[in-house]
Design a binder for this molecule. Sequence first.
Ligand code: NAP
Length: 497
Amino acid sequence: MLTLKHTNLLKTQCLVGLDSEGSDTNELNDGGWVSADSGETIKVTNPFNGETIATVPILSREQVLDAVGVSKKVQPIWANKTADERSALLSKWADLIDAHKEDLARIMTAEQGKPLKESRGEMDYANSYIRWFSAEAKRIYGDTIPAKNSNERIVVLKQPVGVCAAITPWNFPAAMITRKVAPALAAGCTMIVKPASETPLTALALGELALQAGIPKGVLQIVTGKSKVLGEVLTGDERIQKLTFTGSTEVGRTLMAQCADTIKKLSMELGGNAPFIVFEDADLEAAAEGLIAAKYRNAGQTCICANRIYVHRDIKEKFVDIYVKQVAELKVGNGMEEGTDLGPLINQEAVDKAKDLLQSSMEAGATLNAGGRPHEAGDLCCEPPGITDVTQNRDIANTEIFAPITAIMTFDDEADVIQRANDTIFGLAAYFYTNDLARSWRVCEALEYGMVGQNTGAISNAAAPFGGVKQSGFGREGSKYGIEDYVVTKYWCQKIG
Ligand code: NAP
């Protein structure tokens, strides 16, 4: 089933550079696929049926340290290529990803469970970042500044930050990688990626295509293994100048603390708890459709999923009626079957957490309006539950649900709903539906979030800056701002006479 042609994908190997003894090459052609020194492996399973589909190496600390050495060695050589050369190689990589889109989508669905149509969509989305930053490579501008004295000149250079490391989650096995690798490589940095242990195959396949595109060995390395061991090297090694992390706020905190000793530049794309507000003047059909998009993508396992739904009391019944009918049409099952809308959750722990949240909400007086039972399609599948009369102080309103549970609350006025929407440690994405212009500005400005969607449930786009505030993190991915995370500013003061 894993059909990416001409790859080493099923040989239990990682993509790392090899520093050949004594070589002082400028060719960047050392390295390739390696196995774990110990021979130990991690099983990768299909969450739909529990089958083991591949194994990947558990690299040793020493092997990862070697990878850092290679990254350090090749970084200045990569940075020395012209912007046009780096851009062309990124473009070639994107062409190969397009050419292998179907294979990559099937690999992703096999290891992650999401429906094929979503995996195909994610491959397009992931690739849009490579194309975007392939173009941005040519637009990394510096500055000149009027000097204080006539015999001085002030110049500002933007230079690559150096060796970068990325640690990424399982929910978007391709896009969370390309959003980091593409700007890093465009800027002249090298990158070591540690993908999530649940979904390393998509990452390795992307690495193979990068090699086929001619991106020199050692510029992009992909390492797998025990997260604690790899994390300690990637956060503690002083040769690495930047860590970019996408994942939970809890792990993000730990990694930030581990980076403190070596004062790394950081980007943190962390958890969310998105409010989705439906005002009384909203187009309810459109709002229901937007909520389906924002809630059920990836079976509710996205960082920008609508988590707390606030509906104005006057329209609540009508809205729930429309929404429940739309939810009933969603097809739950095997992501590999065309037509599936919701695949399985990633693992049993995720299912148990969803059950607990649902049960405690029901005990606190919530009403079940739809779904809520296990689904016959598979152990990790469930009928998407919709619940109303949820109270703000319950776990479900304060936790990142990460499952296809729609938790609906009611509100009476704008000030109250804004206060409740902001009453969380998170600040990633927020959504609201209204056609009132003055209210639109008031609400958008008052929401303490990095991203706001109005009258839409789909906001991700390579041209736009993706990222959060508060404990959802910092740094931006995509857009003209995204390159800033991979460059440093050098001020040059020149006395010329
Ligand atoms: P996670 O548990 O934080 O894991 C993310 C990555 O961190 C995985 O590669 C994991 O490795 C690694 N990791 C865990 N503990 C580590 C440690 N002590 N040292 C080094 N690495 C460590 O998150 P997840 O469950 O994969 O993903 C879901 C979370 O990601 C949600 O909170 C979601 O909101 C967030 N997310 C945020 C964004 C955003 O852009 N803001 C986007 C997508 C997802 P192993 O897999 O090997 O354990």
